[in-house]
Design a protein around this ligand. Structure first.
Ligand code: FDA
Ligand code: NAD
Length: 434
């Protein structure tokens, strides 16, 4: 079987692969030195498009439109770009065996890849309902969403089941974004999730009340406090009903499940130090194994701002951690070092006409400001998180670029607050004057 050797290998062809390749090219990489190995069939792309514009009924986003690095306003790297730079894109290739100490990767078809330096960027996989033993969860038209192939399936089903019934299982990022996308496609949408309000890992009840009200006004039905306990299918094996734990039964032509992600670390088990469900790294994204780095969703890294190790499952960190790792690799080759990774957590989402941004940490007391009435023609509201008398996190719906910059600055600088009432009264102007 074939064996190939590279100086640098990026394992995983997601968002960080594109940003790392661009950084390698900026720093100087010789033809044949760098390879990206991905089980996906396409060059790195901006994954967030899959749950948003990829599903639009009118002018949907399609490749090559959203290859990296357009997501952060950069150059679009088409397959020809990699060719011109002598960077090998090894696509449709799943690595099934890894020997970190022996610096060897083996693909499902038995090809061997040797590396001097490895960047692990295998990302996450979806949590499946069958993992919890939910019966009938393998019926046709029950979809998960992670990669571009996954996004083509609901797209086909939307056309086949025109104006049909869709059930969304999960009230997190995928649930909210797909709930909106399917409603925009004129499906009759019901969302089901176990918690008392949507997106509980970030939203307060006040934030969630706005989005739940807005979705309800758009015709999305919401069932809270229960989970899908089983599915029945018709004689074609297509999903027909969703059975809920509370006894209710929902008709369904399409089901989309978004019940969380799990970092893909199993290939490296026992070979590298892990922490908090991810691969432990230092501030340069270096793992416990020499010459092996980990970035994106799989990395548990020192978050300097909060002085603790964290894993972050969002695209901004995927991009920046990739760039940091490459800068550190190239600097160390010259006996130099780079600055520590001083990351400010940044999450965002878009659905219907809505768009929010969040910066910082969502712990401590909260203050809601602005109008969170979902029927308002121009809703604009936000929330601050306050810990030890300082604002440490900020959320804003419908912010302008300047306003979003202002809340980012607040979360980074952590200004002290006089009192929560005063903060509520000042609202966005508190951030704007920092
Ligand atoms: P990612 O999952 O992007 O890439 C991993 C890559 O590795 C994939 O190409 C995979 O095929 C490959 N791979 C894995 N194992 C392999 C193996 N054994 N052999 C070969 N290849 C292998 N975030 C955000 O901030 N805002 C947003 O709007 C969104 N929207 C969004 C939508 C959807 C549908 C998803 C699934 C996720 C988001 N995210 C997001 C999250 C964000 O996209 C995510 O955090 C980054 O893509 C993480 O990048 P990684 O490379 O770590 O994983
Ligand atoms: P999530 O963690 O955001 O949400 C999971 C949700 O699943 C929970 O909030 C809960 O409501 C629900 N849930 C859990 N167990 C359940 C059960 N048994 N039955 C029904 N519901 C259940 O995960 P996700 O929405 O699946 O997203 C997956 C990954 O994709 C995450 O890493 C996320 O960060 C990423 N993503 C991010 C964005 C964004 O940042 N805008 C968009 C899409 C996806």
């Amino acid at each position: 079987m074939a064996e190939k050797t590279f100086k640098y290998v990026i394992l995983g062809g997601g968002v960080p692969a594109g940003y790392a390749a661009r950084e390698f090219s900026k720093q100087g990489v010789k033809p044949g030195e760098l390879a990206v190995i991905s089980k996906e069939a396409v060059a790195p792309y901006e994954r967030p498009a899959l749950s948003k514009a990829y599903l639009f009924p009118e002018s949907p986003a399609r490749l090559p439109g959203f290859h990296t690095c357009v997501g952060s306003g950069g150059e679009r790297l088409l397959p020809d770009w990699y060719k011109e730079k002598g960077i090998e894109l090894i696509l449709s290739t799943e690595i099934v065996k890894v020997d970190l100490a022996g610096k060897t990767l083996v693909s499902g078809t038995g090809e061997t890849f040797k590396f001097q330096i490895l960047i692990i960027a295998t990302g996450s996989t979806v949590v499946r309902l069958s993992d919890f033993g939910v019966k009938g969860a393998d019926a046709k038209n029950i979809f998960y969403l992670r990669e571009i192939d996954d996004a083509d399936k609901p797209n086909d089903a939307i056309k086949a089941k025109k104006n049909g019934k869709a059930v969304i299982v999960g009230g997190g990022y995928i649930g909210l974004e797909l709930g909106a996308a399917l409603r925009i496609n004129n499906l009759d949408v019901t969302m089901v999730y176990p918690e008392p309000w949507c997106m509980p890992r970030l939203f307060t009840s006040g934030i969630a009340a706005f989005y739940e009200g807005y979705y309800a006004n758009k015709g999305v039905k919401i069932i809270k406090g229960t989970v899908a306990s089983g599915f029945t299918s018709d004689s074609n094996g297509e999903v027909k009903e969703v059975h809920l734990k509370d006894g209710r039964v929902l008709e369904a032509d399409i089901v989309v499940v978004g019940v969380g992600g799990r970092p893909l670390t199993s290939l490296f088990k026992g070979q590298v130090e892990e922490e908090k469900g991810g691969i432990k790294t230092d501030t340069f994204f270096k793992t416990s194994v020499p010459d092996v780095y980990a970035v994106g969703d799989v990395a548990t890294f020192p978050l300097k701002l909060y002085n603790e190790l964290r894993r972050v499952e969002h695209v901004d960190h995927a991009r920046k951690s990739a760039e940091q790792a490459v800068k550190a690799i190239k600097a160390s080759e010259e006996g130099k070092t780079v600055e520590v990774y001083d990351y400010l957590p940044y999450f965002y989402s878009r659905s219907f006409d809505l768009s929010w941004q969040f910066y910082g940490d969502n712990v401590g007391e909260t203050v809601l400001f602005g109008g969170n009435n979902p029927t308002s023609p121009k809703p604009k509201f936000g929330t601050y998180w306050i810990k030890d008398g300082k604002v440490i996190g900020a959320f804003l719906e419908a912010g302008t670029p300047e306003e979003n910059q202002a809340i980012a600055k607040v979360a980074k600088l952590q200004p002290p607050v006089e009192g929560l009432d005063q903060l509520a009264k000042e609202g966005l102007s508190f951030a704007s004057k920092i």
